[in-house]
Ligand binder design. Structure first.
Ligand code: ATP
Ligand code: MG
Ligand code: MG
Length: 262
């Protein structure tokens, strides 16, 4: 019977992705608010179902980390996949606000999302769609969400590339040898955009420069910070630091507060 309608009261639509709609809902049984993501397409083919299942399996196995959007449950209904997860009111999406962040603020975001990646990569999963839209903030805690492009590092399923604006050159060339380093590049671009305070254009010099390892300087920002971003976006994936190197980087010694918790 229709579980979505019987168990949830739909408050409003809060997101429209390429493959899904996301609703803010009240669970009638426990009285709490959640986000429910529903696939737009009916998943009838086996390969479509398997890829959709990769998203929930990634969320389910990672969702207990504080820097990853929490997962509750999922089910199929009329060939659509529903995913019930933590409701996150704010994202870092550049289209929603054009706030520019201070170096301290982005260092906090960088440290916390690097911890999420360290955790994922340690469990053999790459995210492959790291970008401001897919990072949420809940009570000062940054959380990585949208595992719709996630892949096992052993590439047992075909790769679904994330947003091309955040992808390194090797992915555009279909070279998938260092998938975890794709996330490092995308996180570098993400942080660069947040500091810059506006989204980089979809094409043009700025992006080419970043992909070619020629990062335009960020006036007023410290050299250690800029050097870290630059090496994260190195064209050679082998030279990029791994998530663990970033988490342990001395640049974060100057942060206080929540980043010291975990
Ligand atoms: P795309 O791949 O195009 O980025 P998608 O179909 O994979 O999109 P999501 O990014 O997961 O879908 O969700 C679409 C939008 O819904 C998000 O950009 C965001 O605005 C909103 N959203 C998703 N998950 C949540 C959540 N847990 N809490 C609040 N809003 C959310
Ligand atoms: Mg998304
Ligand atoms: Mg997605």
């Amino acid at each position: 019977f229709p579980r979505y309608l019987s168990d949830f009261h739909e408050i409003e639509r809060i997101g429209n992705g390429n493959f899904s709609c996301v609703f803010k809902v009240l669970n009638r049984i426990d009285g709490c608010m959640y986000a429910v993501k529903r696939s737009t397409k009916q998943l009838q083919k086996d390969i479509e179902r398997r890829k959709a299942l990769m998203e929930v399996q990634a969320m389910a196995s990672l969702g207990s980390h504080q820097n990853i959007v929490r997962y509750y449950t999922s089910w199929f209904e009329d060939d659509h996949l529903y995913i019930q997860m933590e409701l996150c009111e704010h994202s870092l999406s550049m289209s929603q606000s054009s706030k520019s962040y201070t170096e301290e603020e982005v260092l906090e975001a960088l440290h916390q999302i690097a911890k999420a990646l360290q955790y994922m990569h340690g469990r053999g999963i790459a995210h492959l769609d790291v970008k401001p839209d897919n990072i949420y903030v809940v009570d000062g805690i940054y959380k990585l969400g949208d595992f719709g492009c996630s892949s096992l590092l052993d590439k047992s399923l075909p790769i679904e590339e994330g947003d091309a604006r955040y992808m390194p050159q090797e992915i555009l060339n279909e070279q998938y040898d260092h998938l975890e380093k794709v996330d490092i590049f995308s996180l570098g671009v993400t942080i660069y955009e947040l500091v810059r305070g506006s989204a980089l254009p979809e094409s043009g010099n700025n992006f080419m420069n970043l992909r070619e390892g020629k990062m335009p300087l960020l006036p007023g920002h410290s050299m250690p910070f800029q050097n870290l971003l630059k090496v994260m976006m190195d064209p050679d994936p082998v030279r990029r630091p791994c998530a663990n190197d970033i988490v342990k980087h001395p640049i974060f010694d100057r942060l206080g507060g929540s980043s010291k918790i975990k």
